[in-house]
Write a new protein. Structure first.
Length: 448
């Protein structure tokens, strides 16, 4: 069935990280201010925006596939406007246009305020682009439109001043800049008033947060957010191992509503690789940090990111990564094989010399080991009672809800009379390597 396309409606398709998801909320707010309204579906939209991720090669491939589909849609819907925004155009610049004739305009992560102008220019027959960095832009004063009413993202900084050799982010998001402390706190206050139960503070490297007004650091910010939202769960991501401070860890330990989960990407278990990656710490230092965290926060859950097959990686470096995983026993890891990104430090100075089959074999070994560890840890939770914030209906059955523990483990449990947004105790009865399964624990729920 052909749907009616409404000229001033838009649909955003978001790829990539949580920062991009948060940005899509900002874009939605900005577009609404200018009289555009969200479309129910892509088929009905007059404007389609792809908010893109450039971090790995396959992320870019996915966008290309998507654009091919949109080309078909454009033939059927005359006047449909397609904008590609976010990290990929920022990184590929005007060359991006040659990927697909479906693209009408480009905008980088600092240029979302220009979207209405760009759309007008397309309607006037141009194919415009707006890709300048603006290191003052934090989208202050924009009240983002959020998905759902339980969990909210609150960006506390944008950009990244590190230069990890593999990483394109500094080139797609520009210089680091922190949001003012007072505006983070007032956003949190508003979320609490609207009934949000979970707040995640976001930044590429939250530990280098520095309040532009009074220089307050991330530990101070977390402490204040925790007090402002005592009934909500507070999370944050991502931390860089070289910057996570003891003060921060102590703050986490001191406040019950700050979740005892730290995502601390390590990338490799070999100091030699960490040096080539320009990560700014040795593996010994990383292990010491984890030991400190575990001594200050008993029961803390640690997760990480791993890259297999970075430039110059030898078999013994790979073994060191496997050893690290066995020793630390992370709850979960995001695992990737290295893909060279043009313009990065590695692309300019190092040779991408690990053959693809070797990268993939190493990655598979890492995944197999980590899955085994995750499964053991999750099996170890069977028989325990955990506190869960119910987020949504389970994908498999309307008789079940899905939620998370404070340590970010996914729990699927019998719905009974519980509603999303409620916090309850769940008795874990079985587990896979990624999900705990259980039922409400009535005895415990009666007490709380
Ligand atoms: N700012 C975050 C992570 C940003 S990208 C941090 O510093 O930790 C998320 C993850 O993608 C990285 O931690 C890394 O594991 C992975 N990644 C980044 N660039 C990559 C590349 N070129 N190839 C493969 N994985 C990459
Ligand atoms: Fe996020 Fe990085 Fe992807 Fe940009 S490139 S969307 S910052 S993951
Ligand atoms: Fe920055 Fe993280 Fe890369 S801190 S340089 S984005 S891996």
């Amino acid at each position: 069935m052909m749907r009616t396309v409404v000229r001033n409606t838009f649909y955003i398709h978001t790829f990539g990280c949580q920062m991009n998801q948060a940005d899509s909320g900002i874009i939605t707010a900005l577009m609404r201010q200018e009289g555009y309204s969200p479309a129910e579906s892509e088929d009905e939209a007059g404007i389609i925006l792809l908010n893109t991720c450039a971090v790995r090669e396959n992320a870019v491939d996915r966008i290309e596939n998507y654009l091919q589909r949109l080309q078909g849609l454009k033939k059927r819907h005359k006047g449909l406007i397609v904008g590609v925004v976010g990290c990929v155009p920022q990184f590929q610049k005007e060359e991006m246009f040659s990927i697909s004739p479906a693209i009408d305009f480009l905008a980088g992560p600092d240029k979302y305020r220009s979207l209405p102008l760009l759309i007008e220019q397309v309607r006037a027959g141009l194919r415009p682009l707006s890709l300048e960095f603006n290191s003052a832009e934090t989208y202050e004063g924009i009240d983002p439109v959020r998905q759902g009413s339980i969990s909210a993202f609150v960006p506390v900084m944008r950009g990244c001043n590190n230069m990890c050799a593999f990483c394109v982010v500094p080139f797609t998001r520009g210089r680091e800049r922190s949001h003012p402390f007072t505006s983070v706190i007032s956003e949190v206050r508003q979320l609490v008033a609207s009934g949000y139960r979970e707040i995640t503070l976001l930044g590429q490297n939250v530990n280098s947060y520095s309040d532009p007004e009074e220089g307050r650091n991330f530990a101070v910010l977390l402490d204040a957010v925790s007090r402002e939202a005592p009934m909500a769960r507070i999370r944050f991501t991502t931390s860089h191992p070289k910057d996570i401070s003891e003060a921060l860890v102590r703050t986490l330990a001191d406040h019950p509503n700050l979740c005892n989960h730290i995502h601390l990407p390590v990338q490799s278990g070999s100091t030699r690789m960490l040096e080539l990656m320009n990560r700014g710490h040795t593996i010994q230092e990383y292990r010491e940090k984890l030991a400190l965290i575990r001594s200050i926060i008993p029961g803390v859950v640690l997760t990480t990111d791993i890259i297999a097959g970075f430039c110059g990686e030898q078999e013994d470096d790979h073994q060191a990564t496997l050893e690290l995983l066995s020793d630390v026993r992370f709850d979960l890891a995001y695992m990737f094989f290295y893909s060279e990104r043009p313009g990065t430090l590695a692309a300019r100075t190092l040779e991408d010399d690990v053959p693809e089959p070797v990268k993939k074999r190493r990655l598979q070994e890492i995944i197999d080991l980590q899955n085994r560890i995750s499964e053991e840890l999750y099996q170890g939770a069977v028989g325990t009672v955990v506190e869960v914030l119910a987020e949504s209906e389970s994908k498999r059955s309307s008789q079940q809800l899905m939620g998370r523990t404070a340590t970010n483990r996914v729990v699927v449990f019998d719905r009974e009379h519980y509603q999303t947004g409620e916090r309850l105790n769940v008795l874990i009865t079985s587990a896979t390597s990624a999900t705990l399964i259980g039922k409400p624990d009535h005895a415990a729920n009666h007490v709380v």
